[in-house]
Design a binder for this molecule. Structure first.
Ligand SMILES: Nc1ncnc2c1ncn2[C@@H]1O[C@H](COP(=O)(O)OP(=O)(O)OP(=O)(O)O)[C@@H](O)[C@H]1O
Ligand SMILES: [Mg+2]
Length: 323
């Protein structure tokens, strides 16, 4: 069946987030529960799963919604500057500090400060941050005056924080300060039911943006999109659809419009390890099994990926008793 390209309907939306499968609805419920409370929230999940969207949604639903929402990626700021970026500095605090400058904490007053990629924070910054969160006061770099902070902090990471604590790169006390309430975003491969609606949504967005009359998605293209493992999650899906919209002229988005990885799916589906000493027959059997697994048992895609006909694949599967 072709998929008609259309915007997601309101039942599939939560603020700017699209999806209505069980694991994402659980996320929506947790956002709703915690938004109005003045507690810090830690958002975890793989890259591209929508951590920033969650932070924005919490802000929008909080009592601070009329205040600012500021996002800062501490890992992207050089170590020398990070304290002054977060807490501000006084004039003459260091070479180049020609004027007094307010940091993120002061500029986000009355609102929400989103601290992204917290695991990349160096240990000195972690200590300063912990102090500020505990005391709810800060001193600008080179300053004496104690300034009360008035921010709600939402932190995010795509790393395993427990591991960072174990290997000593992240402070456990800071972790407990930030992780009063945790929201864990599922990777896209764990919410495959949402893929068609996400595909359709982004197809509509990019068809409109590029002024193309593309109205449908061909079933084969949709199968490729739904069986892919999406290591880059929703961000990757959006990019793939944007790319495909560049390629298609009009009418139906087909599998030929998808990036080449999709037409030769096994390329992007990871690796397998084979110990030496196997017979060629055994190697073939294992390779076919793994290819089938990675394509969710789809024989058409597996045959394509292996470069053999479906009939040959059936014969081989029959021989190994896996059909
Ligand atoms: N559920 C969703 N519905 C619609 N768009 C989404 C959804 N989740 C993510 N996106 C989009 O995917 C992109 C990545 O989202 P976001 O920046 O929030 O991810 P992230 O988890 O912060 O990633 P990273 O760890 O790489 O910073 C954005 O363009 C965002 O709008
Ligand atoms: Mg992010």
């Amino acid at each position: 069946m072709v998929t008609v390209i259309q915007p997601a309907d309101p039942t599939q939306f939560f603020d700017d987030m699209i999806g209505a499968c069980k694991p994402i609805k659980r996320v929506y419920r947790r956002i709703d529960r915690v938004a109005q409370l003045e507690v810090p929230v830690l958002v975890t999940g793989e890259s591209g799963t929508g951590k920033e969207l969650v932070a924005q949604s919490i802000h929008r639903r909080s009592n601070r919604s009329s205040g600012p929402f500021l996002a800062v990626n501490t890992g992207a700021i050089s170590r020398d500057l990070i304290a002054s970026e977060l807490f501000g500095h006084e004039r003459g605090a260091f070479t180049g500090a020609e004027d007094r400058k307010k940091g993120f904490f002061e500029r986000a007053a009355g609102g929400t400060l989103f601290l992204d990629e917290i695991t990349t924070m160096d240990s000195k910054t972690q200590i300063s941050l912990l102090r500020v969160l505990e005391a709810k006061e800060l001193r600008r770099v080179g300053g004496r005056e104690l300034i009360r902070t008035d921010v709600r902090v939402i932190a995010a990471t795509n790393q395993d924080l427990q591991k960072s604590i174990q290997n000593g790169t992240f402070r456990e006390d800071l972790y407990h300060r930030l992780n009063v309430f945790n929201i864990k975003l599922p990777p896209l491969r764990k919410r495959k039911d949402d893929i068609p609606v996400l595909v359709s949504h982004f197809a509509k967005v990019y068809a409109d943006k590029f002024g193309k009359k593309v109205l449908e998605i061909d079933p084969e293209a949709m199968t490729l999109l739904t069986t892919y493992s999406w290591p880059g999650n929703v961000r990757e899906l959006e990019n793939v659809i944007a790319n495909s919209m560049v390629m298609v002229q009009t009418g139906t988005l087909m599998s030929v419009h998808l990036p080449s990885d999709f037409r030769n799916p096994s390329v992007s589906r990871g690796k397998m390890t084979l110990e030496m000493g196997l017979t060629l027959e055994e190697v073939e059997r294992r390779y076919i099994t793994e290819t089938m697994k990675s394509l969710n048992g789809n024989k058409t895609l597996a045959a394509d990926s292996l470069g053999i006909s479906r009939k040959t694949l059936y014969n081989k599967l029959n021989k190994t008793g896996e059909s």
